[in-house]
Ligand binder design. Structure first.
Ligand code: SAM
Ligand code: CA
Length: 220
């Protein structure tokens, strides 16, 4: 028995997947195609995709935001869990990566739910606010450049309705957050973000040690 998060060995992780992962063929195919790319470790873990799909169902999400699409795995997992009239505003700057995403979204029959905006996410989120969409979104997933996490969080917070949920990825950053030899921009940004969120009384929070660490923040 353990009163702290268990240390997942390779074998225990394999067991976790064996007894709980219900990955559709299309998600699996996308994960396999992405695994051949040199940047494959940017993709979220499959059990995390399943967890996020469960979250959007639990909160009855309809309008959602994704910051950082890459080859589209997290967006696909969420889109498949949304109702028919659900929507993801999906932000990325890479045409190359998102071309792969588009292909799988189409094949999965969810492309009408995903509005891909190819522009710096700060601009896309800012324009949503200018269009009067503050307090109208149910869920946001933040997984783009780490330096901008604090900025993305503020804009997503504005766009979320009270009771809406923001999920922020890579908050444990492969353990670098506790290695004080690591002072690169990304690591420092995540450390600062985590520390600031702890005292942010506008949200209820939980840091879930799934994959590379996923913080959930519910707007009060
Ligand atoms: N959520 C994705 C998944 O499940 O596979 C992984 C996202 S990957 C870690 C980060 C993505 O953020 C990359 O595709 C990159 O092109 C994008 N990105 C980087 N800087 C950005 C910016 N300023 N605005 C929007 N997207 C950006
Ligand atoms: Ca990530």
């Amino acid at each position: 028995m353990s009163n702290k998060s268990i240390n997942l060995t390779e074998q225990l992780y394999a067991y976790l997947l064996d007894v709980s992962l219900r990955e559709s063929d299309i998600l699996k195919a996308l994960r396999e195609e992405t695994s051949s790319l040199p940047t494959a470790n940017m993709q979220i873990a499959p059990e995390q995709g399943q967890f996020m799909a469960l979250l959007v169902q639990l909160i009855g999400a309809k309008n959602t935001i994704e910051v950082g699409v890459y080859t589209g795995y997290s967006a696909l997992a969420v889109a498949m869990a949304l109702p028919d009239n659900g929507q993801i505003i999906a932000c990325d700057i890479s045409e190359e990566y998102t071309n792969i995403a588009r292909h799988y979204w189409l094949e999965a029959g969810v492309s009408q739910k995903i509005d891909l905006r190819l522009a710096p996410a700060m601009e896309t989120l800012g324009s949503l606010i200018n269009e009067g969409r503050s307090s109208t979104f149910d869920f946001a997933f933040i997984d783009a450049d780490k330096e901008s996490y604090a900025g993305y969080f503020e804009l997503c917070f504005d766009l979320l309705r009270p009771g809406g949920l923001i999920a922020i990825d890579n908050v444990l950053w492969d353990g670098a957050v506790i290695d004080h030899h690591k002072q690169d921009v990304d690591t420092c940004a995540i450390r600062t973000f985590n520390q600031q969120l702890l005292s942010d009384n506008r949200v209820d929070i939980s840091l879930v040690p799934i994959a590379d660490g996923l913080t959930l923040a519910r707007k009060k």
